[in-house]
Write a protein that binds this ligand. Sequence first.
Ligand code: CP
Length: 329
Amino acid sequence: MPQRLQHLLGIEPLSAEQITSLLDMSKPFQEIQQHSLKKLATLRGKTVALAFFEPSTRTRISFGTAAARLGADTMNLQAESSSLRKGESLLDTVKTLDAMKPDLIVMRHASSGAPQFVAERLAIPVINAGDGTHEHPTQGLLDVLTVRDRLGTLADLNITIVGDILHSRVARSNLHLLAKFGCRFTLCGPAMWVPKELETLVPNVRRVLRIEEAVEGADVVLVLRVQTERLHEPQLPVDEYILLYQMTPERLRLAKPGALVLHPGPMIRGLEIDPAVADGPQSCVLEQVTNGVAVRMMLLYLLIGGPPPELPGEAPTSVAQKDSTHAAD
Ligand code: CP
């Protein structure tokens, strides 16, 4: 039974059928990115609030571009220059934005569950643009759209994820998403960042110590950003991280021929990824960014414009982790 999509708070509650539907609906918006004239009037008169309580380059600009290309106006909250600095609460801040009558809020916050908290208190749709270590659902969608375009399928793939998986909302959204398509996961990184509990997050997860073993036979390698300030936790000097975990051309050759390399950005060249891999033919980094605008246009159109926004199956809700650990991405 089709149900209305009210918010996008996480990937976990969505079904494979709903995700496939979202990816299919992104196709026309991907085509628009290739046109010389990219501006539509579909959301003319609508307003999208961009409430970023954490820094962002890709996600904030991508949502702003998506809104502009659909003809919508945006209102921008920039945490560092807002009254949050004067002690205003999250709820008072978003209620203040809401009083200016946006049609939707896109929200990034350091606390897992913050977008759900806001969605439960406002009458307008909320899109999670990354919350704590919980999820980054639009990044997950743009990642798998890129994979599906390049490989022709999401079914039954070998996915290797390297880095600080514990703190990565990108890894979490990709794990939830690709698990629904029967993918197998190999997780690799310093032991403290790849705890045993991750084996129970989704089916078919194994943890591997050596990156060479982790990469062998992979269809997709997702490289995560290293927050250098976190390297003190496993007490790992930067040089040692590079030696043990950097994605190099030699290591990538152990993956399947034509295996894809994804990185959500921001990317630290020379640390988690060798520039030859970042700029190589298997890298999807810039394609991911382009697809991000299409996915976000699709979601804005679906939630506040166009024909009745319906998805097959259950209405999604989000199960959010309640913590405020800083995310790795
Ligand atoms: N991928 C991602 O979320 O990047 P930003 O932090 O720049 O938005």
